[in-house]
Design a protein around this ligand. Structure first.
Ligand SMILES: [Zn+2]
Length: 138
């Protein structure tokens, strides 16, 4: 069984240029109105008749993620979010801890998934829309 809640936030970022990829106009400072679906997977609780209370899911996602990155510059706020989490993944180390920072939709949804999953202790998936027609699902 899965339940999903939608979240929205606004933020700026830029993909720092490197010799491995041409990010085109994404290497300029720009902003997005992000839309994010957080899905929790599990079984119905026989005491509450819910998988998770939507109110609890909203509080966790807002306090752990949205309140910390909404209306921020993601190159700064996402690096900080990663440093302050106890999550360590090689790809996120490389994307978020160097002199250059890569807040791609893929990097962002991966970190968000791990943070929420750790906090809730159940399987979580993220669908993060960077634009109306482009999203990453993890
Ligand atoms: Zn962008």
């Amino acid at each position: 069984m899965k339940i999903t809640k939608e979240f929205r936030f606004e933020a700026s970022h830029k993909l720092d240029t490197n010799d491995k990829c041409d990010y085109g106009p994404c290497s300029n400072l720009h902003g997005h109105s992000y839309k994010m679906y957080v899905t929790v997977e599990g079984e119905i609780n026989p005491n509450t008749f819910m998988l998770i209370n939507f109110k609890d899911l909203k509080e966790v996602v807002n306090s752990e993620i949205v309140d910390r990155i909404d209306h921020t510059h993601l190159n700064d706020s996402f690096s900080k979010l990663y440093k302050e989490s106890n999550i360590r993944l090689k790809i996120l180390d490389k994307a978020l801890l160097g002199n250059k920072v890569y807040t791609t939709c893929e990097v962002m949804s991966t970190l968000i998934k791990h943070i929420i999953q750790k906090k809730l202790g159940c399987k979580v998936s993220i669908k993060l829309y960077e634009t109306a027609t482009s999203y990453c699902e993890v």
